[in-house]
Each structure stands twice: as structure tokens, then as C-alpha cells.
Design a protein around this ligand. Structure first.
Ligand code: NAP
Length: 494
């Protein structure tokens, strides 16, 4: 179903455009607003309130004021709110999908996939809410009793990126609600609309005033900096680039603030000589082109055994050739625009650098003229070890192919990066797959699949890809403090 301009206007007319502070939708304290653009046209969609540092302070005040009562609500109450929010997002899947397509550019089918993925965090954590445990033990000497309690960390600050406008928010908000934490959310200035609609859905689902406060702003550092060093804030969870994450960790050190960091990636995708090449090419298409390559999990380096490299390369080129760039609202589109001109310039620079150093352009490789920030599906073969594209996250639809001769060499190449988010490997050898699980320096590994993201699994990286996990049983722990209560020997006075 192709979307008509009128459908877009009808949806945009229903999107909240003001800050959410203490349960009230409010203008920015200085009345400022900013434009949210459609990356497929470069034209404005809506103007939204542009939060100031004063609004940031008000948001934290509201979160702090709401914390005590919210932390004492019963798990069942919090579970029911999450479940209602899951139902509401699912019922409004078309609205959320179209909104993400408009502000971020991904094709509608992918946006629908993100709605299902993002909503599932609400359902998963609604189920986890009533299972927050603790433990009881007798001390080894048989005397004292040891009780271990879990309680909410307290007010949290969330900073999210533009590439998955719904899922990056629900992956933090759902476990925080489950644990009983209050929140201030600063969405990316490029894509604040989805978060603003989601916040309204949560309010309608019964989330009390002040539990979630939302601050769209073009002044990220000015608004969030004072919150990070405010001793009332108890947790910072950030998803974004490693460069910004590094600076925020340094700021958080001032108050020894607890942090979770979901940062950049440089995922290797390994194709061994025993791989089923149909499965490997399918997996490579998913790992490379999901979200147009604008994903932290995107395969950044295709490492292929030299004996299958030509066959894999030519099949990948054929599949990449069939990709159709266009506006995400159009049915035929399978590749949306990049998010902005500077992203497109960087993608093209990395392609040119690889070619200048000796790579061959097997497909694509030049920006598409016209409105919007389009770049075609691109394949580079024979990429040399010194090419920047092997070290820097390309964040675009570009697949560089490098060959290897042995498993040891493949592992060494894969680990030759400061990042460690995810790797993919295609092999029919179970022992090799298990070895890779132990040898690759990553937080996640896909075997014979190009997609590992799942709300029931712990998502996160090692090395400079981050600290902490989102999703799975592990996800809620990020929002819980462990308190140990030692109880004197109950027999001492018997
Ligand atoms: P980014 O530039 O680091 O921005 C991420 C968020 O941080 C945005 O909300 C941004 O606000 C904010 N920000 C920027 N500077 C800040 C500062 N000085 N203080 C406080 N906040 C600040 O990253 P991006 O370009 O949006 O996203 C792409 C990056 O995110 C990639 O590296 C990707 O790998 C990573 N990512 C990681 C994961 C994961 O789970 N590991 C998931 C998705 C994306 P404004 O945009 O408003 O400036």
C-alpha cells in the first residue's frame, strides 16, 4: 500500500510536538523550536519544542519527585502498564511505522519490523517485572542469615540515537519501568517524533506523571551535561557513537554515576570454505542492508575464505544490484536515504579512500543525484588492509570484501579493531562455531544468520563497543541495585 501525502499530513497532525515534563506537555522555557526533516526530501516535517538547560533541570526535578512513589508500586501494576503499552503500540503499528519512515527514512516494511521488535521489549519486560528476585542464605559458619534484595536504581537519564527511533527507546524505558525507575529521555534531534508519540502512548497506558520526561533538543550537551553531574541522577544509559560515549563516561566519573553504554561497532562477517553460500549471501544481505547499513550491528567487513571469495562476491553483487533506492513510503523501495548529507559525505569518502588504496568497485560507489541523501548499494572487492573502511564504521550500504586463507587468520582479522559488538560467521562445522564463540572478541555472535537482535537476548558489546546489556534476563539488572542485609544468628538468643 503506497502512502498518500494526505495520510502523512493526517499522521503528523496527531504527533505531540512539545516537551513532556512532570506529566504536562509544555513549550520550551524560551519558546524555542526546531525543524525535523524528512531525509528522503530534505524538507521539514514538523517543528518541535527545543528544550533548554532550564527544561532539563525541570525534567530531573520531576523524575526525582516521582521516584519514591513509583519505586513502591507493585510489580503487577508496572507489568500491566507495560503490557497495555505493548498492546497500544501494536494496535498503532501503522502510525509508528509511517512516522519512523518519515523522520528516519527506512522503508515502511523495515519500519514495521522495528515496531514489532521495539514493542516486544514492552512485552518481554512486562513479563520480567513480576520475576524480580533476591536470595536468602545461611552464612557458611551457620550463624548469620544473608538476605539479598533488589531495588530500583533511581532516576535515570537516557540518550538515544536516530537510527532506531522506537527500539532504542523501548530497550531502555521498558526495563526501567519494570524495575521501578523514573526517567528523563533525550531522543536524537534528527528523529524525536517517534519518542514523543511513544511517550503519549505510555501516558495513555497509565504511566504516572513524572515517571517519564522527554526532552527533544538541539543542545544535547548543554541540556544533559548538568544532569549527568547532578548527584540525584543515579544512572545514565546511552546509545550512540563511541566518541560521544567516551566523553559521557568521563563526565559520569565525577559522581561515579552508574552507566550503560551501547556504542559503535565494526562487525566482521566471516564466510568459511564449508559455508552454505546461499545462506551466507542471505545473511550478508541482512547484516549489511538492514536499516540501510545504518545499524551498529551492520556487517562492516566481509571476510571471505579465498577459495569461495569470487563466488560469494559475484552472488552478493547480483543481490545488491536488485536493491531499489527510494522514498520509504513507496512500495517498491528496499533502500531508503541516509540520514543526512554529512553521513552521505562520510560514506562516499570511505569508498573513495578504499578505491584510492587499490580496492575495486564491483557495484555502486557514487551518491545518487536529486532530492534526499541517497547512496546506492555498493560492493568493494580486494580491499587493502590500510583502507579506512576496515577500521571506521561506514554506516551505509557499502560491503567491503577481504579474503583470508585460514581460520586463525580470519579470527585475527576479525579481532583487529577496537570495537567488539557483534560478529557473524557462516560455517557448517559445529566445532568451529564453538571455537569462534570463544575466540572472537565480541558481545554477540550470529552463526549462519545475519540478525541477532532479540528482546529475549542480552544485546551489547565488549571493548569500545560498550558496557552493559539490554534485553534478556540481563536487561533488567541494569536498573536494579543489589542490597545485602545481614541478619544476626536467630539461635543466639534461643
Ligand atoms: P551520536 O552522534 O553519538 O548521538 C547519539 C545521541 O547522543 C544523540 O541523542 C545525540 O544528540 C547525543 N549527543 C551527541 N553529543 C552529545 C553530548 N555532548 N552530550 C550528550 N548527548 C550527546 O550517535 P548517532 O549518530 O545518533 O548514532 C549512530 C551511532 O550510534 C553509531 O556509532 C552506532 O553504532 C551507534 N549505535 C549503537 C547501538 C548499540 O546498541 N550498540 C545502537 C544504535 C546505534 P543529537 O543527535 O541531538 O545531537
Amino acid at each position: 500500500m503506497t502512502i498518500r501525502p494526505q495520510d502523512e499530513r493526517d499522521l503528523l497532525d496527531r504527533i505531540p510536538t512539545r516537551l513532556l515534563l512532570g506529566g504536562e506537555e509544555r513549550d520550551a522555557s524560551d519558546g524555542g523550536t526546531f525543524e525535523v526533516l524528512d531525509p528522503s526530501t530534505g524538507r521539514a516535517l514538523l517543528r518541535v519544542a527545543d528544550a533548554t538547560a532550564l527544561d532539563g533541570a525541570a525534567a530531573l526535578d520531576a523524575a526525582v519527585a516521582a521516584q519514591h512513589a513509583w519505586g513502591r508500586t507493585s510489580p503487577r501494576v508496572r507489568a500491566d502498564i507495560l503490557r497495555s503499552a505493548f498492546d497500544a503500540v501494536t494496535a498503532r503499528a501503522d502510525d509508528f511505522a509511517l512516522l519512523m519512515t518519515l523522520e528516519m527514512g527506512k522503508p515502511l516494511a523495515e519500519a514495521r519490523g522495528e515496531v514489532a521488535y521495539g514493542a516486544e521489549f514492552l512485552r518481554w519486560f512486562s513479563e520480567e517485572t513480576t520475576r524480580i528476585g533476591g536470595r536468602f542464605a545461611t552464612a557458611p559458619d551457620g550463624k548469620n542469615r544473608l538476605v539479598v534484595l533488589k531495588r530500583p536504581v533511581g532516576p535515570c537519564l537516557f540518550i538515544t540515537p536516530w537510527n532506531f527511533p522506537l527500539a532504542m527507546a523501548t530497550r531502555k524505558i521498558a526495563p526501567a519501568i519494570a524495575a521501578g525507575c523514573t526517567m528523563v529521555l533525550k531522543p536524537a534531534a534528527l528523529t524525536p517524533l517517534t519518542s514523543m508519540l511513544f511517550a503519549r502512548v505510555l501516558t495513555e497506558a497509565g504511566l504516572p506523571d513524572g515517571v517519564l520526561n522527554v526532552l527533544p533538543t538541539t543542545r544535547a550537551g548543554e541540556v544533559t551535561g548538568p544532569l549527568i553531574t547532578d548527584p540525584r541522577l543515579r544512572k545514565l544509559s546511552f546509545t550512540g557513537s563511541t566518541g560521544v560515549g567516551r566523553r559521557l563516561i568521563a563526565d559520569a566519573a565525577e559522581t561515579v554515576l552508574r552507566v550503560s553504554m551501547e556504542l559503535g561497532g565494526n562487525a566482521p562477517l566471516l564466510v568459511f570454505d564449508d559455508a552454505d553460500l546461499d545462506v551466507a549471501v542471505d545473511g550478508a544481505m541482512t547484516a549489511k542492508l538492514r536499516n540501510g547499513g545504518e545499524a551498529c550491528t551492520a556487517a562492516n567487513r566481509m571476510l571471505v575464505h579465498e577459495s569461495v571469495a569470487d563466488e560469494f562476491g559475484s552472488r552478493l553483487v547480483e543481490r545488491m544490484r536488485s536493491v531499489v533506492p527510494g522514498r520509504g513510503t513507496d512500495d517498491s523501495t528496499t533502500l531508503g536515504p541516509l540520514i543526512d548529507e554529512s553521513t552521505r559525505t562520510k560514506v562516499h569518502e570511505l569508498v573513495r579512500d578504499a578505491v584510492d588504496r587499490g580496492a575495486e568497485l564491483a557495484l555502486g560507489g557514487a551518491p545518487i543525484d536529486g532530492d534526499g541523501y541517497f547512496y546506492p548499494a555498493t560492493v568493494l572487492t580486494g580491499v587493502t588492509a590500510d583502507a579506512r573502511i576496515l577500521r571506521e564504521e561506514v554506516f551505509g550500504p557499502v560491503a567491503p570484501i577481504v579474503t583470508f586463507a585460514s581460520e586463525d587468520e580470519a579470527v585475527a582479522l576479525a579481532n583487529d579493531t577496537e570495537f567488539g559488538l557483534v560478529a557473524y560467521a557462516f560455517t557448517r562445522d559445529l566445532n568451529r562455531a564453538l571455537r569462534l564463540g570463544e575466540e572472537l572478541e565480541v558481545g554477540m555472535l550470529g552463526i549462519n544468520t545475519g540478525l541477532v537482535s532479540n528482546p529475549a537476548a542480552p544485546f551489547g558489546g565488549v571493548k569500545q563497543s560498550g558496557v552493559g546489556r539490554e534485553g534478556g534476563f540481563e536487561g533488567i539488572e541494569e536498573y536494579l541495585e543489589t542490597v545485602y542485609v545481614g541478619i544476626g544468628d536467630p539461635y543466639s538468643t534461643a
